[in-house]
Every structure is written in C-alpha cells, then in structure tokens.
Design a protein around this ligand. Structure first.
Ligand code: NAI
Length: 701
C-alpha cells in the first residue's frame, strides 16, 4: 500500500502522507505524492488541495540514505514541487513536528502554510555539507528576504512556529490536529476567494539584500572548508537578481557539485555515525531504560560542577556533594557565575537561571546522595581515593541506584568491584567543560547491567550529549588514542620541533587546537598526573624518555595557561613562544640520547601524530573496546575538536587510503626504530589494507 493517499471530502482534496516514523522524503514518498497529485488534478470539481502528514511529524527531511539512488534525484523532487506550485487551485499545507530540509521545501512549494503550535521549521542541509536542493534557496529568500533566509540556511537552525509566523514563513499557527487545522484554514481561504500564491513568481520583500549578501559572502569565504556556505550565498543572490528558472539551475548545479564533495561525505558519515553509536550490540531493544529523577555528584571541582549543570539545564534535580567546604563553595560559585554570565549575555532569562539553581542542593555529607537514582563520582583522579570513594558509594547509594565514575583513565572494573555491586556501575566520562562539550563516553564494565547501560544512554540524549560506548582500558577510546598523539608530540619536541610548529601542522588540517595548546589549556599538571598514575599501575612502556617533557614541565611548576607558563608563555590567553620550553626539551633530548634535527616537516608531524593515532584506533577496534570505527570518529569530533569536515580520524584514514597509512607507519618503524613497539602496525589495519577493504566491512559484534 502506498504511504501517500488521496481522498476528497466536503469539497476539499486531501493528500495524506503516512510514512512513519518521520515521514522522510524518499523515492517511494515521491512516487506516492506524484500519484496522489494526479488524482487531484483529475478531479476538477475540487477547489482546494490540502497536504498533511500523519504520525509524530510532517516530513522531517529527505532520507539521506537514499541520496545514492539515481531515481531519487533533486531533479525529480524539483519537478514534483514545481508541479505542486503550478496548480491552478490553491494548495494548503498543514505542518506539525519538525519540518526540515525537503519537508520545508515541500511546504514552500505549497501556496499557504498553517502550522500546529510547537512546530519547528528549518533548512539544515549546510550541516551535511550541501544546500537545500529542492528550490529552498530560491523560494525562501523570495518569501522572507536575504537576511533571514541566509541566517536560516547558513546556520541550519530550526525556527519555532511563532518566529516563523512573525517572519511570514507560515501564515497561521494554531492548536489542534494538522488535518483539522488545514481544513479550517482552507475553508477560510476559499471564503475569501482562494487566491493563488506562488513563491517562484514573487520578488523578495524590500530590504538591505545586497548588503546582507556581501557580508555573508565575505564570512563564507573565510571558511572554505565548508564550501556549501558560499554556494548558498550565491544561490540566494541569484534568487534576488535572476528569474526562478535560472536560480533553480544554479541551485541544481551547486547541489550536484557539493553532494560528492569530500566535506559532504565526511559530514554525512558523522551524521550516520552519531545515530549508529547509540545502537549497542547485546543490548536488546526490550531492555527498558530506568527513570532518573534525581542525580547526585560527588566532587564539586571543575568537572563535578560542570556535570551538575548538564542535569540542571535538563530540569533534573541535582545534589552536589564535596568533602571540603572550600571545594563545595568553589563549585557552587562556578555554577552561579556560569548562569550569571549567560543571563548577562542575554542567552538565558534571569527566571530561567533561578529555576535551574532551585533544582540544586549542596551538602558536605555524602548521606545526601542516598535518595539519588544516579550518583556520579568526580573526585581527584587518584586510584586509591577513587577506590575508597566507590566503597563508600556502594554503601550509601540506595539499592538499584546507578553508580558512575567520571574517571578519564582509571580501571572502571576495579572501581566497580570496590562498590560491592558491580552490575550497578558504569563509567560516565564527560569532557571539559562538561556543560558544553557534547561527548559522553559511556564505559561499559565487565559486569555493567544492560539496563544500567540503556538508562545512561537514554539519559545522555535527555541532557543533550552524544554517547559513545567504550570498553574498559587505559583512557578508554579518546584518551587512549590521545596518549599516542601526545607521545609523538613530545618526541618531536625533544627532536627539536617547536610547540608552534607542531600545533600549526595539525591545525592546518582543521583541528581546533594542536597538542601543545590543548595540554596547556587542560593543565600540564593534570596531564602529568595521568602519566604518573599510569606509571604506578605499570601501564607505561619501559622507556625513560616516554612523555618526559610533560613530566619535567610539571616538576618545574609549568602548569600551562593557569600558571602563565607551559609549552608556551601566556599573556592573558595569548600563547607566545617561550625559548625556555625549547631549552627544556633540548636538555631532555640530550639526557635521553635523542638527536635534535632541523628538518622536521609538517607532513612528518601529521603522520607521526595522526597516523599513529589511527593505528591505535585499529587496536581499540580489534580488542572490542570500540564497537565500530565510526564510534571512534564520533568521539574525536564531539570530544576533541577533530574537524567534522574530515569525518573523524578513521574516516580520514580511509580517505587517505589504509594502505598508505600502513606504508607510512612502516616507514616510521624503519627510520625511527621500533624498540617499544610504538610503530607496530595493528594486525586489523594490516589486514584491511592488504584486502583493500574499509572499516565498514567489519561487522559490529
Ligand atoms: P578537581 O580537582 O577540580 O575537583 C575534584 C573535587 O573533588 C574537589 O572539589 C575535591 O574537594 C573533591 N574531593 C576530593 N576528594 C573527595 C572525597 N573523598 N569526597 C568528596 N569530594 C572529594 O578535579 P576535576 O578536574 O574536576 O576532575 C575530577 C574527575 O574528573 C577526575 O577523575 C578527572 O580525571 C575527571 N575528568 C577531568 C577532566 C578535566 O579536564 N579536568 C576531563 C574529564 C574527566
């Protein structure tokens, strides 16, 4: 049965789209719509057509999975939308839920739009490295002018129904079912004479269009890594200066050019990767997620207070506990000042800030954690302390409560055992600043109960985080890979590369920050302590030069940005070169018999930092620590500032070619020696490269 049906009643033709769950625009929807439209066209007695959707939303976008289907081309969609717009009787569309991408373009092709209260509308294509390819760049500017059209298409942000009404994107916003709203609107329209209104024939409302276009073009050219932006601006310019047909041709050409681009492929890869990362092998669909109504956090430091805000922002009652009065006060102050700053910047209403703070209670007594459904420990990264804290939480937390650790490197299984109730335990590794960074590594212990995992993944969604499940190992997915990256950065420093040279080489690829800037910001004390803790646990190679620089910097009190000196010297937040850092590295090189040289090229830096990281990623996959390569990409894009337009390190490696990565790793092993196994190629990577296969050929367990 078709997912699109046509029928008529009370003199109004109705096309109903029912293609659950999101009514995505697909090939079958396209043919269904076309057939239904033909039925309307064949019945000249009907004065008006209403299009609406059943289910939780109007068309929430195009089915991206169908982009490679040649029958589902932008041309085919455009032909249908133009046919809808060309109807000689008025076409009304009733909107609800999320009206995005092709759904929004379908709505713009209709003559009138009525939306249910709560509807959100947008053209988010730019986030996938493409532009609206079904007339969106041509119709929206004609409707609302250049400024708003550019804002919506360049940011991809959805607008709430009321804003859409105020700006004329929709004609009415009402409470009620879409069908009823559409019929009521349609009848009123007919009563008023039922004028036709075709956006393609309209000119934009008056405004400062050329100025808006000039400044958008200038901004777009500053981010050439997102070519869709410039293309959108150019199409909008066409919409305002040329006829619809030539603008539509420009849009179609740009769409064809952008779709196969490396950037769009990378962005689409990440889009799917994020959706997949929530699917956990061995976690049956029927496992129910538990309810989390109150969260407890132990340790009110940088992380504890940031984590508390994640829950407060989502309207969840939170108890923040610290052993030290000063620690608790500092945490509370951090939360207050964050909200105050948001109010001052106009990003939050003062009442909203007070409402969030009202959900927070603080205590110096860990008994306050007893009623919580989930307790997250965020005390210092010290195994002895964490074991003691977990033992205590095992006693204090109510039966059935989840006990989570925010440790960034330590053995979650050992912590789970310490609680005496290991099935209740899971790692919840937030990233700093926790209230801002999207990534949440969910560490699945050997005994973590399926329901605990399901509850935490579900909760991650509610607090706006992107969860990725990792198995237990030093540093989990992200920090374990970062360790290899930092190892090579430090060897390069000792070999004579400057911090700026190293940072610039990876920043040129689009990484937000190179390793030296990153560590300076996170704190070299924090970085050094991680290495020291790992050493205590016997986790370091027997190499005295291993991460010698960070350890020395820590010894010298160079803690990075917070102490004004680290790999760089700081004036405020500005990082300046510091010859002293070079001298420290040179001394260490001499002490460890490392030869300094002056021929370190950017390509070598990239290969040593990033290819070694990809190799570690393959080891992580092989060990089953990550379920899929795409999960690793999500970790790096959402937690470490890896450029989304490169799709993450594993996607990037495939783009370069896995055989090429292997060849360069082997080259390093030959030229640098492989005494500690640093350049041993992962057997999985070796095999995939030899068989000319990609990571997709690996099935999740
Ligand atoms: P922090 O030093 O800012 O805060 C730790 C807090 O724990 C302090 O307020 C301290 O008074 C409190 N505390 C210590 N012992 C306690 C006890 N027995 N009972 C109650 N409270 C106690 O540390 P930070 O940076 O917030 O780190 C906390 C955890 O988060 C560590 O496990 C760390 O590895 C992890 N983490 C840190 C990240 C970072 O960038 N700082 C990123 C991700 C995880």
């Amino acid at each position: 049965m078709s997912n699109v049906t046509f029928h008529s009643a009370d003199g109004i033709g109705r096309i109903c789209i029912s293609h659950p769950p999101l009514n995505l625009f697909s090939h079958s929807l396209l043919t269904g719509l076309s057939a239904a439209l033909a039925q309307f066209e064949a019945d000249a007695s009907l004065p008006l057509l209403l299009i609406y959707c059943e289910g939780q939303s109007f068309v929430a976008g195009a089915d991206i999975a169908e982009f490679n289907n040649p029958a589902f081309s932008a041309e085919a969609i455009n032909a249908l939308l133009n046919r809808i717009e060309a109807q000689t009787r008025p076409v009304v569309v009733a909107l609800h839920g999320t009206v995005l991408g092709a759904g929004m373009e379908l709505a713009l092709a209709c003559h009138y739009r009525v939306a249910q209260q709560g509807t959100r509308l947008g053209l988010p294509e730019v986030k996938l490295g493409i532009l609206p390819g079904a007339g969106g760049t041509q119709r929206l500017p004609r409707l609302v002018g250049a400024t708003l059209a550019l804002d919506l298409m360049l940011s991809g942000r959805p607008v709430p129904a009321q804003e859409a009404l105020a700006s004329g994107i929709v004609d009415a916003v009402e409470e009620g079912e879409p069908l009823a709203l559409g019929l009521a609107f349609g009848r009123q329209l007919l009563a008023k004479g039922g004028q036709l209104r075709r956006l393609s024939a309209q000119t934009a409302p008056p405004g400062e269009h050329s100025q808006a276009i000039a400044s958008a073009l200038e901004a777009a050219r500053k981010s050439p890594q997102y070519p869709a932006k410039e293309a959108i601006v150019q199409c909008v310019q066409q919409a305002l200066t040329a006829d619809f047909a030539s603008g539509a041709r420009a849009e179609a050409d740009a769409f064809k050019r952008l779709l196969p681009s490396a950037q769009s492929r990378a962005l689409r890869h990440l889009f799917f990767a994020q959706r997949r990362s929530r699917q956990i092998p061995g976690l049956e669909r029927q496992v129910p997620a538990g309810k989390i109504e109150q969260v407890g956090i132990l340790g009110a430091g940088t992380m504890g207070s940031g984590i508390a805000m994640c829950f407060l922002n989502a309207g969840i009652r939170t108890v923040l506990v610290d052993a030290a009065a000063a620690g608790l006060e500092r945490g509370l102050q951090l939360i207050r000042s964050t909200y105050e700053a948001q109010v001052a910047k106009g990003r939050m209403a003062a009442e909203q800030a007070s409402a969030r703070l009202a959900l927070l209670t603080t205590s110096l007594d860990d008994q306050a954690l007893a009623p919580c459904d989930l307790v997250i420990e965020a005390v210092f990264e010290d195994m002895a302390l964490k074991l003691q804290v977990c033992r205590r939480l095992g006693e204090v937390c109510k039966p059935g409560a989840i006990i989570a650790s925010n440790t960034s490197t330590l053995d979650v299984d050992a912590l789970a055992q310490a609680t005496g109730r290991p099935t209740d335990v899971v790692g919840m590794h937030f990233f700093s600043p926790a209230n801002i960074m999207r990534l949440l590594e969910v560490v699945r212990g050997a005994q973590t109960a399926p329901q605990v995992l399901k509850t935490v993944i579900d909760l991650a969604g509610k607090i706006g985080k992107t969860p990725v499940v990792s198995g237990v190992c030093f540093g989990f997915i992200g920090n374990r890979m970062a360790e290899v990256y930092l190892r090579e950065a430090e060897f390069l420093l000792m070999e004579g590369a400057s911090p700026a040279q190293i940072d610039e080489a990876v920043q040129a690829l689009g990484l937000a920050m190179g390793p030296c800037r990153m560590l300076d910001m996170a704190g070299l004390d924090v970085g050094a302590k991680t290495v020291i803790e790992c050493d205590k646990a016997g986790g370091l190679p027997p190499d005295a030069s291993y991460r010698a620089v960070v350890r020395k910097m820590f010894e010298l009190g160079r803690f990075g940005q917070k102490s004004g000196l680290g790999y760089y010297r700081y004036e405020g937040r500005q990082a300046l070169p510091d010859p002293e850092a070079g001298r420290i590295a040179a001394e260490l090189a001499q002490a460890h018999g490392i030869a300094q040289r002056s021929d370190i090229a950017a390509q070598e830096i990239v290969e040593r930092l990033l290819y070694s990281m990809v190799n570690e990623g393959c080891k992580i996959l092989d060990e089953g620590i990550a379920y899929r390569a795409s999960d690793i990409d999500v970790v790096w894009a959402a937690g470490y500032g890896f450029p989304d337009f490169r799709g993450g390190p594993m996607f990037m490696a495939e783009e370069i070619g896995l055989a090429q990565i292997v060849e360069r790793l082997e080259h390093q092993a030959t030229t640098r020696g492989n005494r500690y196994g640093y350049w041993t190629v992962s057997p999985l990577l070796q095999r995939l490269a030899a068989q000319r296969q990609g990571f997709d050929s690996l099935q999740a367990a």
